[in-house]
Design a protein around this ligand. Structure first.
Ligand code: VAH
Length: 314
């Protein structure tokens, strides 16, 4: 049975990935690391460590303490937040990934580190974006994600590290709010629709972006890490998507449940420029061919589930 370490366990993906992995592999086989003690839920739910994963020695000590063989690295300064402090974004995104790959090299382990649609840029074909294409992102987040993809493939080719990853679209969930992402509007809109019956969106109508519901994102990570390595042509990282929509499309779906829901706009120029440089929708056929990727939630199913789960929490 795997011994898994999740670094970045308090984030939007990490906070749901930990219980998801514990359901599959057993609570004692999944160790969560947090950067601070601000997350009592995680700290009371199974093995955890307070860890600054930019400290290579501290990370290696935790890996050895629990005899870890697989690292899920969910540490990232997201796109919009990264633009406020590019150096911090690069130091965290690249430093943690490098440390994870280095310890994985020593223990002959595996590393999952997500990339993102943010790894593409304005010169990338934005419709049906290919798996293999030009990648010249114009955010420090995207630059760090392209560098991370190349670093992970290097560690696989040079040292045999079992490094794999997914280019995630915007991820939507009802458990932990995302922080500092360009796609955050697609989460906030559901909360505001229930709380206020209206939402002011910071991206303009017509801004199409790839999106995915969290249950699909979690399943995709595990299915990739469990995939037969002999079938993988690509590793870092696979395009995966489930849907593409703009603010008007998701608002229309919400109105099927909340008929009077009102949407208006106050566009954030930084987030608009970032979103405009990202794909409208990706081609994820390589993931389907190489490890059987298939999304289960479309916009209709996600919206119904999001609103049901958020109403139940009220
Ligand atoms: C962001 N949610 O907006 C993240 C994600 C696809 C974007 O990487 O930065």
């Amino acid at each position: 049975m795997k011994n898994i370490l999740v670094i970045g366990a308090a984030g939007q993906i990490g906070s749901e990935l930990v219980p998801y992995l514990r359901n599959i592999y057993g609570e004692s086989h999944v160790v969560a690391t947090l950067h601070s003690t601000k997350n009592p839920d995680l700290m009371n739910a199974g093995p955890f460590e307070i860890l600054d994963a930019t400290d290579a020695n501290a990370l290696a000590a935790v890996v050895r303490k629990y005899n870890i063989d697989t690292i899920f690295n969910l540490v990232a300064v997201l796109s919009a937040k990264g633009e406020a402090d590019p150096y911090l974004s690069w130091r965290i995104n690249m430093g943690v990934h490098f440390n994870a790959l280095e310890i994985a090299r020593e223990i002959k382990g595996a590393v999952f580190t997500p990339s993102s649609i943010g790894a593409f840029g304005p010169t990338t074909p934005l419709d049906n974006t290919p798996q293999d294409t030009i990648m010249r992102p114009t955010t420090i987040y995207g630059v760090s994600k392209v560098a991370s993809e190349l670093l992970a493939d290097y560690y696989h080719l040079r040292f045999g590290v079992d490094a794999r990853g997914l280019r995630y679209p915007g991820i939507i969930s009802y458990v932990t709010l995302p922080g500092g992402g360009t796609t955050d509007y697609a989460v906030e809109i559901y909360y505001k629709a229930l709380e206020e019956g209206k939402y002011t969106c910071n991206l303009p109508a017509g801004t199409y972006l790839d999106m995915m519901y969290m249950p699909d994102a979690l399943r995709a990570a595990v299915e990739l890490m469990e995939a037969d390595p002999s079938k993988l042509i690509h590793r870092n990282c696979f395009n995966v998507t489930a849907m593409s929509f703009d603010p008007e499309t998701i608002a229309a779906e919400i109105r099927k449940h909340i008929p009077d829901f009102a949407l208006d706009y106050n566009v954030d120029p930084v987030k608009k420029a970032i979103a405009d440089s990202w794909p409208n929708y990706m081609d994820d056929s390589a993931a389907t061919k190489e490890w059987g990727w298939k999304p289960e939630y479309n916009l209709e199913a996600m919206t119904a589930d999001m609103l049901e789960k958020l109403r139940a929490r009220k």
